[in-house]
Design a protein around this ligand. Structure first.
Ligand SMILES: [Zn+2]
Length: 142
């Protein structure tokens, strides 16, 4: 079964109709079996305008979404690159390393970054150790 959006050339009435195939539609239309519900005219044609507009609109929305995602991804990668260059990666030792940085009077030049659980972050916060949570895409961790 195939659904066509049809238009009456006589009164511009738009309506949908089901056919068993495109061939079926051609045959019925050629023999003037399809008529307008509004004016009974048999000058019916497929309305190709609206599906095309719809398709390109959907395509555009998809493209915009992709663009937006690319920008987010790019910002994320730049953010991650900056951190990699300026911070030391400590893996899942983050909470421990953050504490030693915080409690040692001698300060490290570089900051650190790594993995921490929510609980660890909360504990650090309670101890007055500042940490920032960033969203990290896993595939770029080396
Ligand atoms: Zn009509």
């Amino acid at each position: 079964m195939i659904k066509y959006n049809l238009i009456c050339k006589n009164c511009n009435n738009l309506f949908d109709s089901w056919f068993s195939s495109s061939h079926d539609y051609d045959k019925l239309n050629k023999n003037k079996y399809i008529n307008c519900h509004n004016c009974n005219s048999t000058k019916i044609t497929k309305n190709l305008m609206s599906p095309n507009i719809l398709t390109s609109k959907v395509k555009l929305e998809l493209r915009l979404k992709e663009e937006k995602y690319k920008i987010i991804k790019k910002t994320m990668n730049e953010h991650q690159k900056f951190i990699k260059e300026n911070f030391d990666y400590v893996g899942d030792n983050f909470a421990h390393e953050a504490r030693s940085l915080h409690y040692k009077s001698k300060k490290k030049k570089k900051g650190i970054y790594g993995l921490a659980s929510k609980q660890e972050l909360q504990d650090l916060k309670d101890e007055g150790i500042k940490s920032e949570v960033i969203h990290w895409s896993k595939d770029t961790i080396n």
